[in-house]
Design a protein around this ligand. Structure first.
Ligand SMILES: CC(=O)SCCNC(=O)CCNC(=O)[C@H](O)C(C)(C)COP(=O)(O)OP(=O)(O)OC[C@H]1O[C@@H](n2cnc3c(N)ncnc32)[C@H](O)[C@@H]1OP(=O)(O)O
Length: 203
């Protein structure tokens, strides 16, 4: 039975912990520099000063903010685990990189590639031949149809739909429930059906 640590004792951290348990992985500790309590779901919460005690453990960064996940991934020297809930349906031709978390009820279809430290949240669907870059978050119930490319750090909101062959740039935000029918530039915040640009994350 392998043992991991989760970086981030948040609501997202609790869900990631449940995914680990679903695959018989033991969570030894949460690491959190702003701990709200000493234990979360009976698992010790320690600060990053105490990381040395867990040097043999693989880590998963259980923080929802894509940019913070990137920053922490550059600092942590431990290896990263990949967590996939036992109810996820994933084609054997899918590639999933280290640090990524795949939540319950998701489907990921043939020849899709998922980068590092990505969150595929509850019941999201990623269709065939998609490329999902590092630090992306696909929120619950979002649908990414075939041949879609999503750039680094972008956040796809809950229930959003992206039609086939679309390219979404890096660090973009797609609002909850949006329907994306044209390519989205880097940093754009897009809402509505059809999706229209409201502003830019780097303004
Ligand atoms: C397990 C989990 O919880 S996973 C987390 C999943 N999280 C999500 O799905 C959240 C997705 N986020 C959103 O939809 C947000 O509303 C965002 C990111 C699109 C915009 O948030 P903010 O930057 O705070 O923008 P703000 O709330 O000021 O809205 C800006 C404008 O966009 C509109 N707007 C915001 N979100 C949406 C939306 N989802 N659909 C349609 N219009 C929207 C607002 O009405 C406002 O319009 P106005 O300028 O005409 O008044």
């Amino acid at each position: 039975m392998s043992k991991i640590c989760l970086f981030g004792a948040s609501g997202h951290g609790k869900v990631v912990k449940d995914i680990a348990i679903s695959t018989n992985i033991v969570v030894e500790a949460f690491i959190d520099d702003n701990p709200k309590s000493e234990f979360l779901h009976e698992i010790p919460v320690v600060t990053s000063q105490e990381i040395a005690a867990y040097k043999a453990n693989k880590f998963v960064i259980s923080i929802g903010n894509n940019n913070i996940r990137k920053v922490i991934s550059k600092k942590v020297t431990n290896e990263f685990a990949t967590l996939i809930h036992k109810t996820a349906i994933i084609s054997p031709t899918v590639n999933i990189a280290e640090g990524t978390v795949v939540m319950p009820g998701t489907t990921i279809n043939a020849d899709t590639s998922i980068g590092k430290h990505v969150i595929i949240n509850t019941a999201a669907v990623i269709e065939h031949d998609c490329t999902i870059a590092d630090y992306v978050h696909i929120s619950p119930n979002a649908t990414v149809t075939g041949n879609v490319t999503i750039g680094e750090g972008s956040h796809i909101g809950a229930g959003a739909i992206i039609i086939p062959n679309i390219t979404i740039g890096k660090w973009a935000t797609i609002g909850a429930g949006a329907v994306i029918i044209t390519d989205v530039p880097d940093y754009a915040v897009v809402v509505g059906n059809p999706g229209t640009i409201k502003k830019y994350n780097n303004e």
